[in-house]
Design a protein around this ligand. Structure first.
Ligand code: GDP
Length: 304
């Protein structure tokens, strides 16, 4: 699909091309074929379990459909990738959540450098373009430069930023922001937070305090707690996600920098291992390089 034309080139050239090569040299569906397939999938970071599931599913399918031609086999694989992704997430909430009325508050968590601030800037731009009233909140008061970086995004996309000096209490910044959002009828409030996994207890307390401040003003908020993960870090991203799940209730994942990796399969591993839906993907550094995640379009994007 169009939406993933740009940004998935690396995965397409890596993951997609390897699978396509496997099909091109395809003679028959034998043990060698399945072994190579499993290897390719694991290299693309889909994870061992998912690789085995796909391989198993394909063995079954080949038996049933008698799919022995190259085209049939590749079709079955694409179909299975989508099916496995969707089956794992059947009962989960895959779309972004919004407030029934009043401001929608989205918290962003994740370690430094994964692309949190950039994602907030891109999302602010999206909502702004849709005609919504958007507010960004610099509640990462810990990392030097984080506030300034968000302020710069604010200028770039023409969205106001609530900020206080470095080392201020993040919850007090959020307090100011939610008050402002309510009084001035903002639609969307995007909150940047500090992702210091080094001190999990502090991080947990900080996020709890931020959530309490939000809930006091906006009882059904925060409406999303989105964890940003850097796709180029592969299996490390999974480890980070598990750690964040221990400190807060993550409602969705933003998978950033998918344009910078050939291992687009990480999307499947995340779904399979963590049961958190990938809601957004980052496909570049610019304000337009953010997409809603759609498994079918994504998988087809890998095989163009
Ligand atoms: P934060 O510390 O989590 O807030 O991370 P930043 O938003 O500052 O991003 C860190 C770096 O990653 C910056 O140089 C961004 O331009 C870059 N970045 C963020 N998202 C993407 C993406 O989707 N693709 C690419 N190629 N770079 C990205």
């Amino acid at each position: 699909e169009e939406r993933y034309d740009k940004g998935l080139e690396k995965s397409r050239e890596g993951f997609g091309a390897k699978l396509n090569a496997l099909f091109a040299n395809f003679r028959s569906v034998d043990e060698d074929f399945f072994e190579e397939l499993e290897e390719t999938l694991i290299e693309a970071d889909v994870g061992f379990d998912v690789a085995m599931k796909i391989s198993e599913a394909l063995r079954e399918e080949v038996k049933l459909q008698n799919a022995k031609k190259q085209d049939d086999v590749s079709k079955v694989i694409v179909q299975k990738l989508v099916e496995i992704y969707e089956a794992e997430g059947q009962d989960e909430n895959n779309a972004l959540n919004y407030a029934a009325e009043g401001p929608t508050v989205m918290l962003f968590v994740g370690v430094n450098g994964v692309g949190k601030t950039t994602t907030i800037g891109k999302l602010a731009h999206r909502y702004q373009t849709e005609g919504k009233k958007v507010l960004m909140v610099a509640a990462d008061t810990f990392r030097a430069g984080a506030i300034q970086q968000l302020v710069e995004w604010g200028k770039r996309v023409d969205v106001p930023v609530v900020a206080k000096p470095e080392k201020s209490d993040p919850a007090s910044v959020v307090f100011d922001a939610v008050q402002k959002a309510k009084q001035e009828d903002y639609d969307i409030v995007l909150v940047d937070t500090a992702g210091r996994l080094q001190n999990k207890v502090n991080l947990m307390k900080e996020l709890e305090k931020i959530s309490r401040v939000i809930t006091r003003e906006i009882p059904d908020g925060p409406h999303e707690v989105l964890l940003a993960l850097d796709a180029t870090t592969g299996q490390n991203a999974l480890i980070q996600a598990k750690q964040f799940q221990e400190v807060t209730q993550v409602t969705g994942i933003v998978l950033t920098k998918l344009d910078g990796t050939a291992r687009g399969g990480i999307v499947l591993a995340i779904r399979n291992d963590l049961h958190i839906p990938v809601k957004l993907v980052g496909l570049g550094e610019k304000m337009d390089d953010l997409r809603d995640f759609n498994p079918e379009e994504f998988v087809y994007g890998l095989f163009k």
